[in-house]
Design a protein around this ligand. Sequence first.
Ligand SMILES: Cc1ncc(COP(=O)(O)O)c(C=O)c1O
Length: 428
Amino acid sequence: MECLSVKGDQLFIGGADVEALAKKYGTPLYIMDENTIRKNIKEYKDSLNKYYKGESLVLYAGKAFCCKQMYKILTDEGIGADLMAGGETYTAQASGFDMSKVYIHGNNKTEQEISMLLDIGVGAIVADNIYELKNIQQIAEQKGIIAQVLLRVKPGVEAHTHEFIQTGQIDSKFGVAIENGEAILAAEYASKCPNINLKGLHCHIGSQIFDYPPFELAARKCLEFASLIKSKFGITIKELNLGGGIGIKYTQADDPIDISKFIQGICAAVESNCARLDLPLPKILMEPGRSIVATSGITVYTIGCVKQIEGVRKYVSVDGGMSDNPRYIMYQSMYEAVRVRKPIDDDTETVRVVGKFCESGDILLPDIKMPELQVGDLIAIEATGAYNYSMSSNYNRVPRPPVVMVRDGKDYIAINRESYEDLVKNDA
Ligand SMILES: Cc1ncc(COP(=O)(O)O)c(C=O)c1O
């Protein structure tokens, strides 16, 4: 990870000494480097500005990591956000974020959530299905307003990634499929709703994707669908939201695509298809999450016990686990890790790093080569900035760790450590 460096025997992130931060804030501890987040955002923004002739807006996918401080960074960088209705939206609003730059996802928004979104005046609601369109129409009519809506379509593109994070194919709970006629029925329905302005289409084909062609194919399919809507219902699509999904380097085996080349390819695909189909250039929206925050973050743990089981393996137990990083138990996700002190010592043994929770599947690193690890050592798991804090839980009633941000060697708290009092505060 670019934001990590070694000086003498010590590991640094964003110029801050990891061991000193662990002493100051305790472990487990999430640490995120603000400059990496800003650099990644800038790469998306600058590439869209460079390669696209039309308008564009980057919408950070809040599901990857969401807190008030994150929205302050997005505000500073001048981008928008892709959020779920409810808590993610509330957090953005509480941070003073410009809600007209917020696009709302989800395959089952409640009537209460839709009403809240219309009152807030978000940039658009991405309608997942015909029931949602019906609810949006009814609620917007009651309020006497026109709802700004994008329709989420399944372009029929299969991305090569874990099946739980593939979403562009027909067998997905998200959106309406183009290939079986669901999408055209939904668009027709929207075209007849007086309180809906169908201003765009949205697709998201999956996550942790390493190929360019599926994204370009998805853009083509969406634009062909836009052309069909134009000819059938006279609706011109003004915004094309191509989702997120760019993969990142969790381990040496991962070979991520280059963001700027990826954007160049997408822009060329949109421009050439618009020319072919005689469509005006839509505003392109992109929703990266993982590729903005994942490589900004590490999680630091203290080793509490080491068990050598002769002829089997060596287990190293740390003071966190599946509640602060559920990605191994959910997707068998792989990570790399370093010992915090003397990180560049030779890797001399293969160990399984496990958490402290009451599940045998509570694994963080199934088989990793590390220098010798002893009780009391600190280890840092890399690239945990995305979908770690945001997917964390209080399983076994363990409080969530804090998130500390660093910038140019200075640290500050973005999210406080939960306390035992926090855990019981909603108990009746
Ligand atoms: C609709 C939508 N947009 C964007 C994203 C962000 O994807 P990633 O973090 O892989 O970039 C997701 C992830 O699940 C998503 O569902």
